[in-house]
Design a protein around this ligand. Structure first.
Ligand code: NAP
Length: 482
C-alpha cells in the first residue's frame, strides 16, 4: 500500500498498551486508500501514567481522531470534553473525535457489534439473549441488547459479582428489569426458563419431550441467541469453549462469538453441530473501525467499500501465507522453514488429505482418478478455511487450477507463487517415481507441457511471485519475508 504524505495529511491513531498486534491500521489505511482521503493511521504505545498527557498532546498536535484500546478505555474518559450516551452507560470509550474544545468519546465497539449482527440479519427485538462473560466487552454487548430491545437478557459469568454489577447498572440506566445475572455454572436453569409462549406451543404440539434414547430433549419453540464474550477459545486455546456441554447449544438458534482467531471457534463449532447459525467477531472489529472513521471524517462508508476493506482485513487477521507452485518448486521445504522463521505453524494440504483419507495420493489417483482427488482438495481447503490462522500453508501443485480453490486461497491468506523453471524441476525430480503426473516416457516434455499450461494460472491467482530456480532456501525465505 502506498501512502503519500504531504502538508495536508491528517493523522489518526490508536493509543493502547500493547499495540503491536493491532489490525486497526489495516482497516483505516485501507479506507483512506479506497476513499482517497488524505489520512494516515498509526499505533501509539501509551502507558497508563502518560495517558492524560498523550490525549492533551494529541489535541495540540491537531490529531483528527484516535482509537483507544486496552487498558485505557475507562481511564481516558477523565481526559475528554464530553462522552456519548452509550459511552457513558458502558463506562468505556474506544473512539475519540476531535471537537473545538477537546476530544469527545464514543463506544463504537457496541455500535460495531450492532452493525455486524444486523449485517447477518439477526434481530434482537423481542428475543431472549444469553451473554456469556461479564468483562469489558460484555458491557457493550449488554448495552446493545438493551438498546435493541431484547425481551429477556441473561448474563452468565464465572464471577457472579461482575455479572450482577452490569445487570444492575444497565437495568437502572434503561429503567427496566430486563437483565438477570447468573453464575456461569447455573446455565441449566435456562432450560427450565421457557416463556409461557414456549409452553403453550409445546402443549399444542403434544408435549415438550422428544427422544427415547435415554436423554430427553427439550423442544423449544423459541430458542436463545447466545453472544460469547469471554476470552475462552481465543488462539492458542482453540479447543476450549466456555460451556462444553452440548445441551447448552441445543437451547440456542444463533451464536455470535466476539473472538475471530481462530476463525471458527469451538463455541461456533458446537453451535453449528447442534443446528444453530454461528458467526465470529471479525465484522465487529471491521464495523467499529468503519464507524470511527465515519465520525472522524464526517462521511458515510458504503457496504460495497466495507466489503472491500473486509477482504483485506480478513487476510491480515488470518495471518496465513499460502505457497503455490509446480511440483518440485520446494513448497514444503520452504514452507516449514518459513513457518519456523516467522513463529507460525506449518500445514501441508497434501498431507492433510493423506491423513484424512488414510492412504497415499498415488493410491487415491490410481483407485479413484484425478477428479476425485481434486474434489478432496476442495473439501480439505474448506475445512482449513474455517479453522486455520497463523500458519504457512503448502498446497498441491494442481490445487490452484480449480477456480473455486483459487477463490478460497485468496481469502485464506497472502498467496505466494514459487516460480520454478522446467529444467530446475527436472533436475530436482528425475528418478522420483512417487509423482503420478510424471510417469511418462519423456518426463521433461511432460513438465514443460504441464508447467506451460499451469504457470499463467498460478500467476493469476498469486499476490506475489518469488523466483525459486537454483536458489537456496535461505535466499527464498528472505525474499518472501522482505
Ligand atoms: P476481559 O475484560 O478480560 O473479560 C474476560 C471474560 O472472560 C470475563 O467474563 C472472565 O470471567 C471470562 N473468563 C476468563 N477466563 C475464564 C475461565 N477460565 N472460565 C470462565 N470464564 C472466564 O476481556 P474483554 O475485553 O471483555 O474481551 C473478551 C473477549 O472478547 C476477548 O477474547 C476479546 O478478544 C474479544 N473482543 C473482541 C472484539 C471484536 O472487535 N471482535 C472487541 C472486544 C473484545 P471472570 O469475570 O470470572 O474473570
Amino acid at each position: 500500500m502506498g501512502i503519500d504524505i504531504d502538508g495536508k495529511t491528517r493523522l489518526l491513531g490508536l493509543m493502547g498498551d500493547p499495540v503491536e498486534h493491532t489490525l486497526s491500521p489495516v482497516i483505516h489505511n485501507t479506507l483512506s486508500e479506497i476513499l482517497g482521503l488524505n489520512n494516515v493511521y498509526v499505533p501509539f504505545h501509551v502507558k497508563k501514567e502518560g495517558l492524560a498527557k498523550a490525549v492533551e498532546g494529541a489535541f495540540q498536535l491537531n490529531i483528527l481522531g484516535l482509537n483507544v484500546t486496552v487498558p485505557h478505555k475507562n481511564d481516558v474518559i477523565a481526559s475528554l470534553c464530553s462522552v456519548s450516551d452509550e459511552g457513558l452507560a458502558i463506562g468505556a470509550v474506544n473512539t475519540l473525535v476531535r471537537t473545538e474544545n477537546g476530544y469527545r468519546g464514543y463506544n463504537t465497539d457496541m455500535l460495531g457489534l450492532t452493525r455486524e449482527i444486523k449485517s447477518y440479519g439477526i434481530e434482537l427485538v423481542g428475543r431472549k439473549v444469553i451473554i456469556l462473560g461479564a468483562g469489558g466487552a460484555a458491557k457493550a454487548v449488554a448495552y446493545m441488547c438493551m438498546a435493541e430491545k431484547a425481551s429477556d437478557i441473561y448474563i452468565l459469568n464465572r464471577t457472579l459479582e461482575k455479572a450482577t454489577e452490569i445487570a444492575e447498572h444497565m437495568n437502572s440506566f434503561f429503567g427496566r428489569q430486563t437483565i438477570r445475572a447468573m453464575k456461569l455454572s447455573d446455565w441449566r436453569e435456562l432450560v427450565k426458563n421457557r416463556s409461557d409462549r414456549d409452553k403453550s406451543s409445546e402443549n399444542k404440539a403434544g408435549g415438550n419431550k422428544a427422544g427415547g434414547n435415554g436423554t430427553d430433549e427439550i423442544v423449544f419453540s423459541e430458542k436463545y441467541i447466545a453472544i460469547q464474550s469471554t476470552s475462552i477459545g481465543l488462539k492458542p486455546d482453540n479447543d476450549r469453549a466456555v460451556i462444553e456441554d452440548e445441551d447448552f447449544y441445543r437451547m440456542i438458534d444463533t451464536g455470535v462469538d466476539l473472538i475471530y482467531s481462530p476463525f471458527e471457534t469451538k463455541f461456533m463449532k458446537l453451535c453449528r453441530r447442534n443446528g444453530a447459525k454461528a458467526y465470529n467477531g471479525l465484522k465487529m472489529l471491521l464495523y467499529q473501525g468503519i464507524i470511527a472513521y465515519e465520525l472522524w471524517n464526517d462521511i458515510s462508508v458504503s457496504e460495497e467499500v466495507a466489503d472491500r476493506v473486509y477482504e483485506v482485513l480478513e487476510k491480515n487477521a488470518r495471518n496465513n501465507t499460502v505457497l503455490t507452485g509446480f511440483m518440485g518448486c520446494g513448497k514444503s521445504t520452504v514452507g516449514k522453514r518459513l513457518a519456523k522463521a516467522t513463529g507460525r505453524d506449518f500445514l501441508d494440504v497434501d498431507k492433510y488429505i493423506v491423513d484424512k483419507a488414510g492412504c497415499s495420493i498415488s493410491r487415491i489417483f490410481a483407485e479413484h482418478g484425478e477428479e476425485y482427488f481434486r474434489a478432496l482438495e476442495t473439501e480439505a481447503l474448506n475445512e482449513i478455511y474455517n479453522t486455520v490462522t497463523g500458519t504457512v500453508i503448502s498446497t498441491g501443485g494442481g490445487l490452484p487450477m480449480r477456480k473455486v480453490n483459487r477463490d478460497i486461497l485468496n481469502r485464506l491468506g497472502e498467496v505466494v507463487y514459487l516460480d520454478v523453471s522446467p529444467d530446475c524441476v527436472y533436475e530436482r525430480l528425475k528418478g522420483d517415481t512417487t509423482r503420478p503426473l510424471l510417469q511418462s516416457e519423456n518426463p521433461m516434455e511432460r513438465i514443460e507441457e504441464l508447467l506451460g499450461f499451469r504457470r499463467p494460472v498460478y500467476l493469476d491467482g498469486a499476490d506475489r511471485t518469488v523466483n525459486v530456480s537454483y536458489r537456496t532456501v535461505e535466499d527464498i525465505i528472505k525474499d518472501i519475508i522482505d
